[in-house]
Design a protein around this ligand. Structure first.
Ligand code: DHE
Length: 533
């Protein structure tokens, strides 16, 4: 009898604990379904199906290591500066926001992977290059062409930079980001989409030749000065991919992990022409990488850095040391995270800033040493900075994403010479080596329709334009000779406006669908001082 009692008591306890476990599984499942539904309704259109990233970044714990949960809650509540992330505080309750944050910090059911095999399998050859002619099929100066990216319907326009007539318009992949990059002769242009597709477009034949998916969530790409290699930086997976530009076949995939084994997203990749190398900015670790791409195994270029490589790779005596591997990694340690970058015109110094810091760091890429700290309030947008000569000195000027100011810095001593007050925070800044003016937009806030024109020899704003009231006016680029300026009206019902760069008068307006960046073949392939690289 006693035994029966014990057994039945045990059974009752067991059943109730199973029931409890089941109910907590049900609660967890319900919670998970609720989170998934909230994500699908509010986040998926930008951050992609299964959190893999689209217009917005991928959202997994390994990609959020620098954002703590309380900060993530604030980002959902208030939006994120300098991104397309809106505020949700009027739409979602505190508890919904908390549910969403818990969801994005939970691991993926199946860890997202994109291996070398996946990259190879994604390769699509649309046309056989050898069967296409090598002369432009249109009549225009091939060095004064523009590619205008239109985000409104994921297209691009090829524009004649003398007549300002469109030559052709073609579909691109979804959500291109970063400047497309030209081959050194200007015949090909390479695009990167946020969802990882790299497309090679033959401008002369007006055809997309070949495409490959290099990642799941991509930042940007860069092309080597000899035109042989493209490098792609990814948020997901955490890696860089080096492609052969002739075929877009992958040559090398390198996982981005620091010396302590910590994995990192890639902020961006750049070509550094005088160094014959790629520079790789890492987002979650305090390191910048340099990868020389010269042929001959790079031996000549690497000689000067042999000591670095020996230290970095932990290999034996320097005299026994050889670079056998192509694309070796040279690591440069930094004091802080660097989110935004600018290089001086000789590519000796890198100017970097972390999103949360008030200071910029100047790092000498040769000595790997920090050589200066620049005091910069707000959030300077270094990546959009430009340089010019002012009173016999080289100056660097950058717009500010948080505050209405352009900061002008003396590049000899890295001191701020002037803060030019603007009508609001700006995103893009541009000039041309032959132009007396620098143009800067007011991208954020009530004055987003305005663009300031700054005289480079007085550092004063001489004109402010607002060409489409109520619509964001942003991002300019000059023609090859610097005589005309092209400006975007950043709207689905938008336009590309052409100005005389000297009289500052409007001369033409072409309707376009949310034109974002525009890129002149000559200025980009010759690394003109006023343009982005
Ligand atoms: Fe960009 C270039 C990073 C948001 C439009 N942007 C770049 C580059 C970097 C960068 C590192 C230089 C790469 C290159 O050209 O090869 N951008 C970032 C961000 O970290 C940020 C703040 C957040 C993000 O969403 O990734 C960001 N960028 C935006 C936008 O929201 C913009 C305005 C709209 C869009 O396209 O998403 C935008 N970024 C651009 C453009 C360029 C660019 C048009 C090329 C500028 C040029 O003149 O070369």
């Amino acid at each position: 009898m006693k035994n029966t009692f014990i057994v039945s008591t045990l059974c009752a306890a067991l059943f109730s604990s199973i029931a409890l476990a089941q109910s907590s599984i049900t609660v967890n499942n319900n919670q998970h379904h609720k989170a998934e539904k909230l994500y699908q309704d509010n986040c998926q259109s930008c951050h992609g199906v299964d959190r893999l990233g689209a217009m917005g970044p991928a959202l997994f714990p390994e990609n959020l290591s620098r954002l703590r949960k309380p900060k993530a809650i604030k980002v959902i509540e208030n939006g994120r500066l300098a991104t397309q992330m809106p505020s949700f505080k009027d739409k979602l309750s505190q508890s919904d926001i908390k549910t969403l944050v818990d969801y994005i910090y939970s691991p993926a059911k199946v860890a997202p992977k994109w291996t070398l095999t996946d990259i190879k399998a994604s390769h699509v050859q649309h046309f056989d290059q050898t069967k296409l002619g090598n002369k432009p099929l249109f009549n225009a100066d091939p060095m004064n062409l523009f590619i205008v990216v239109e985000l409104g319907d994921h297209s691009a326009t090829l524009l004649n930079g003398d007549t300002f007539e469109p030559i052709t318009r073609f579909k691109t992949r979804f959500a291109l980001h970063g400047g497309p990059k030209y081959s050194p002769d200007g015949r090909f242009v390479y695009f990167a989409s946020r969802d990882g597709w790299i497309s090679k477009y033959d401008i002369y034949n007006m055809k997309t030749i070949v495409e490959v998916r290099a990642g799941i969530n991509t930042r940007n790409l860069a092309v080597s000065s000899d035109g042989k290699y493209a490098i792609v930086g990814n948020y997901l997976p955490h890696n860089i991919v080096i492609l052969d530009t002739a075929t877009l076949q992958p040559i090398k995939v390198v996982e981005t992990i620091d010396q302590n084994g910590k994995s990192s997203r890639v902020s961006a990749v750049y070509n550094a022409p005088p160094r014959h190398s790629f520079i790789i900015a890492l987002k979650d670790v305090k390191e910048v990488w340099e990868i020389p791409y010269d042929d001959q195994g790079g031996v000549d270029v690497y000689k000067g850095w042999a000591h670095d490589y020996r230290k970095d790779s932990g290999e034996g005596k320097i005299e026994n040391w050889k670079v056998e591997e192509k694309f070796p990694i040279r690591r440069i340690r930094t004091e802080d995270y660097l989110d935004d970058f600018f290089f001086d015109p000789d590519y000796i110094n890198l100017i970097g800033a972390s999103r949360d810091s008030q200071n910029g760091q100047v790092i000498n890429l040769d000595t790997k040493k920090k050589v200066a700290t620049i005091e910069m309030a707000g959030m300077p947008h270094l990546g959009s900075g430009i340089t010019w000569e002012y009173q016999g000195k080289q100056v660097f000027a950058s717009p500010n994403i948080k505050e209405g100011r352009v900061t002008v810095i003396d590049m000899d001593n890295w001191q701020v010479i002037k803060e030019i007050k603007t009508d609001g925070p700006g995103f893009f800044m541009r000039s041309h080596s032959k132009s007396p003016y620098a143009w800067v937009d007011v991208f954020f806030g009530p004055n987003k329709e305005k663009v300031h024109i700054i005289k480079k020899d007085t550092l004063e704003i001489v004109k402010t334009i607002a060409p489409a009231p109520g619509k964001t006016a942003a991002h300019v680029e000059f023609t090859k000779d610097g005589n005309y300026v092209l400006l975007s009206i950043w709207d689905n019902d938008g336009a590309l406006i052409v100005y005389d760069a000297n009289t500052l008068k409007e001369i033409k307006r072409l309707p376009m669908k949310k034109p974002s960046g525009k890129y002149n073949v000559y200025n980009k392939t010759h690394y003109d001082r006023g343009t982005s690289h």
